[in-house]
Ligand binder design. Structure first.
Ligand SMILES: C[S@@+](CC[C@H](N)C(=O)[O-])C[C@H]1O[C@@H](n2cnc3c(N)ncnc32)[C@H](O)[C@@H]1O
Length: 308
């Protein structure tokens, strides 16, 4: 299923796990260009409903047009962490399935105006929600060296974080770092040739996660989602880097536990409820065929669980 803006990843794998009821209510938190949403709709009958959120205005407008003739579709230009608000607006107590395909689309990565690419000259932005005040340039030009190093290390898992942060601070003393070219120069000056692409993507990933508070947003979305799933309903999440995958894995695992009391307690005193059954012991990965057609799928990991 190709699309000029974005090719959906693990398309059949995610839909096979997600859609269990033709007349169900489904939530796609990351509508994007409607690849997965379109697939969900194909599997629903006329009574099914798809509710979707998308934070990026370009993608939202595109998909709004794409699905404008389909009365089963309700779209919100919201953050997916507002799934509970959306459910209230729709007067839905539960969904039959909840889906998220995290990160950014190929369109956002390839289009300098979206502010996510480091491959072309563009303003340093990295905000998913352009109404938010703080951009990557604000952080890079104002945070202290240690804070910058922590962001690069914690969210980019980049070993040379301290060196890069020091260089950023030295460079910005000569003038603001405003564009991708400015930042790339700083990073490339101190990075061996064979690590350049990896380092650039790690540093940009770090600032993107920080600017959008992506990890906390994901945690909040997962927690709310489990409470909004019907018994037998499923949650399916595709992630693209280890920090996100770890959060999904741990959130699902926590929801499989019946008790979280300290080991020394003779009897259980917590009210912990086991809410999920894991459907994917190991994450589902794209096939070699899929990777050869869509290189961006190479880092995808899909995890799915079912509400008890
Ligand atoms: C990988 S793309 C999804 C592509 C989509 N599955 C498709 O097939 O077209 C991720 C999308 O999620 C959006 N997004 C990322 N974080 C979000 C959030 N917290 N809330 C809502 N949308 C988000 C991005 O703007 C992007 O369009």
């Amino acid at each position: 299923m190709m699309n000029t803006h974005h090719t959906p990843v693990l398309f059949n794998e995610s839909l096979d796990l997600l859609v269990t009821s033709e007349a169900g209510k489904y939530f796609d938190g990351t509508l994007g260009f409607g690849g997965h949403s379109g697939g969900i709709l194909q599997r629903l009958n006329e009574n099914g409903i798809l509710v979707a959120t998308e934070i990026d205005t370009d993608a939202f407008d595109f998909s709004k047009k794409k699905f404008s003739d389909d009365s089963r579709v309700r779209l919100y230009n919201f953050n997916f962490s507002q799934i509970d608000v959306v459910a209230k607006i729709e007067s839905f107590q539960f969904f039959d399935g909840i889906f998220a395909d995290l990160g950014v689309s190929s369109f956002q990565l390839d289009n300098p105006l979206s502010g996510f690419t480091y491959r072309q000259e563009a303003k340093l932005d990295l905000r998913m929600d352009k109404t938010k005040v703080v951009s990557a340039a604000d952080v890079i030009n104002s945070f202290g060296e240690e804070d910058l190093a922590d962001i690069i290390y914690n969210y980019g898992e980049e070993k040379n974080s301290r060196k890069i942060a020091r260089k950023i601070v030295q460079r910005r003393a000569l003038g603001k770092i405003e564009t991708t070219t400015d930042l790339n120069k700083v990073i490339l000056e101190i990075t061996p040739h064979n690590y350049q692409v990896k380092t650039l993507s790690r540093v940009y990933q770090a600032f993107r996660i920080f600017v959008n508070d992506e990890l906390n947003v994901l945690k909040s979305f997962l927690e709310k989602s489990v409470g909004l799933l019907k018994p037998g309903g499923r949650i399916v999440v595709i992630s693209y880097h280890s920090l996100e995958d770890r959060i999904v894995k741990e959130a699902f695992k926590y929801e499989t536990l019946e008790c979280i009391c300290p080991k020394e307690y003779p009897i259980c005193r917590c009210d912990k409820e086991r809410r999920l059954k894991i459907l994917t012991k190991k994450p589902v990965l794209p096939s070699e065929d899929e990777i050869s057609i869509n290189f961006r799928s190479r880092s995808a990991k899909l995890r799915a669980a079912e509400r008890i």
